[in-house]
Design a protein around this ligand. Structure first.
Ligand SMILES: [Zn+2]
Length: 136
């Protein structure tokens, strides 16, 4: 079964249906109250994007604690910068309260969530690392 985080990620890619990935994204958007983590702009399912707080190009993983709800303009602006390099006091959208929320979010090591709209007869792995079908 799963031996390490990498296995979980591999299984996520191989096994999870797009529906599970969609649920995963929506869960993140909901936990951020459909607002951009950086500028606070209100978002919808058409405008919300997922940002990797630690960019994938800098070693950031596809884990929930590294993914936040973000508007497309902040996502584009941040690009592959590290949070602390980009989100500073001279950034027009800087807000100490929001930065605090992002840091708290990143500190959460394990959070679970419910999936309701996919086939309930099939077991699902749902944790900090992944969401997907359990291979039996
Ligand atoms: Zn924004």
């Amino acid at each position: 079964m799963f031996y390490c985080e990498q296995d979980l990620l591999t299984n996520l890619i191989v096994l999870s249906p797009s529906n599970a990935r969609k649920q995963f994204r929506i869960q993140i958007f909901e936990e951020w109250d459909w607002a951009c983590a950086y500028c606070g702009k209100e978002l919808t399912c058409n405008t919300a994007t997922i940002d990797h707080i630690v960019p994938k190009s800098k070693g950031g993983h596809n884990v929930k604690s590294n993914m936040c709800c973000c508007c497309s303009s902040c996502n584009r602006e941040k690009g592959s910068d590290q949070l602390e390099d980009w989100y500073q006091i001279d950034n027009d959208n800087y807000c100490e309260k929001r930065l605090g929320k992002i840091k708290t979010w990143m500190d959460v090591k394990s959070t679970s969530f419910k999936i309701t709209s996919i086939d309930s007869s099939k077991p699902v792995v749902a944790n900090e690392f992944t969401v997907g079908w359990l291979s039996t």
